[in-house]
Design a protein around this ligand. Structure first.
Ligand code: PLP
Length: 397
């Protein structure tokens, strides 16, 4: 008997936010209830909270590949990026450049401060020749900060940060390299991938931790002016009473990533490959990274990004949502609407292809069931929309 219940959710939007690990919630709870002390105080309760914050610093530092004293806790990835970019520009002046496919948390502050973007190729890898050109451009103020993300949130491309650092060292030896590792942190060993970066950003809710907490690794000797001044927490680098429960949760999440990452990443890679083969078997659906036969770069094991010909992603997401499948298109903005993707445009994806862009992103709770659910729902949803879409597209011409 059909009870009219909604189908169980097939969650394929882990890159937007992944479920908080139960161990994280359990570790956080006491710091939201009986252990309410302010870590900046001096009595026993305050000291206990301070100890909890400092203990969390260790796994977070290990994940970021830095020393515990180099970790600055923030309110998330956006604030970590803001502190890196504006903090360096405020401290040393000059100009920032970033890759053209950065998250808005990097792109917007860089452009707001008069910076520029560096081109990427068709698979989303930063163009080192364009970076060199920008660094030697003497018409503008010298570049003091270069920001290139460790892995992209829409298409999953992993950047060759060592090569980026070598170009920076050659043409702008005084410039600081920042990397937004918000998406990479759950899947890549940042001790290797991000070792050449002087500043590394992290966010809790992308690694199984809570929302509203993150961190910036600041390597010794890097001048970063505080953005928030006040009580002088985080050695004066970020004032504001610590989010103790959030920081404890971030520490536990970092620890769990360090323990399970390799095994989970291997499981995700085969699941993603299976999902990609199911999705691209639908006629007119192509994997975005590697379309036109371009060689595929290193990429996150969790992202399957495709362009669906002849449909609009908004309509497709609506039908998938109706079938209990949570996916996304371009990065979502605060209103929940999708906006045209600057990432796809920078990769040379045409606006007609980008119109049908779709991102499925896997995470630690994903299993075979999500692939089966997509296999059952996607072909029909695409076919229905194509039938509807013909007159509207004809009308556009
Ligand atoms: N950077 C990247 C690459 C992201 O994917 C996100 C979130 O989607 C952010 C930064 C922002 O992080 P937060 O949501 O913690 O502010």
């Amino acid at each position: 008997m059909d009870l009219g219940l909604p189908p169980p959710e097939a969650y394929l939007d882990h890159a937007a936010s992944t479920p908080t690990r139960p161990e994280v919630v359990e570790a956080m709870l006491p710091w939201l209830t009986e252990h309410f002390g302010n870590p900046s105080g001096s009595h026993a309760r305050a000291r206990a909270a301070r100890r909890a914050v400092d203990e969390a610093r260790e796994p977070v530092a290990e994940l970021l590949g830095c020393a515990p004293g180099e970790v600055v806790f923030t309110s998330g990835g956006t604030e970590a990026d803001d502190l890196a970019i504006n903090g360096v520009l405020d401290a040393v002046g000059g100009r920032a450049v970033c890759s053209a496919i950065e998250h808005h948390a990097v792109l917007d502050p860089v452009l707001h401060r008069g910076g520029a973007t560096v081109a990427v190729d068709a698979v989303g890898v930063v163009d080192l020749d364009d970076l060199s050109r920008q660094l030697v451009n003497t018409d503008e103020a010298p570049v003091s900060l270069v920001s290139v993300m460790a892995a992209n949130n829409e298409v999953g491309t992993i950047q060759p940060l060592d090569a980026v650092a070598a170009v920076v060292a050659r043409h702008a030896p005084d410039a600081v390299l920042h990397t937004d590792a918000v998406q990479a942190a759950a899947w890549c060993d940042l001790r290797q991938l991000a070792s050449a970066a002087a500043l590394v950003s992290l966010s809790g809710h992308k690694i199984g931790g809570p929302k509203g907490v993150g961190a910036l690794a600041v390597r010794p000797g890097v001048a970063v002016a505080a953005r928030l001044r006040g009580g002088g927490q985080e050695r004066g680098r970020r004032s504001g009473t610590h989010n103790v429960a959030g920081i404890v949760g971030l520490g536990v999440a970092a620890d769990l990533v360090l323990t399970h990452r390799d095994a989970t990443a291997a499981r995700m890679t085969s699941l993603r490959d299976e999902l990609e083969s199911v999705v691209t078997s639908v006629p007119g659906v192509v994997a975005t990274v590697g379309r036109d036969g371009a060689a595929r770069p290193s990429r996150l094991p969790t992202i399957c990004h495709v362009c669906v010909q002849g449909v609009s992603s908004e309509a497709l997401l609506f039908l998938l949502d109706d079938a209990g499948i949570a996916a996304s298109a371009a990065s979502s903005c605060a209103s929940g609407a999708t906006e045209a993707s600057h990432v796809l445009a920078a990769m040379g994806v045409t606006s007609e292809q980008a119109r049908g862009s779709l991102r499925f992103s896997l995470g630690w709770t994903s299993d075979e069931v999500v692939v089966e659910r997509v296999a059952a729902a996607l072909p029909d949803a695409v076919a229905r929309l194509r039938l509807l879409d013909v007159p509207s597209r004809a009308g556009e011409r």
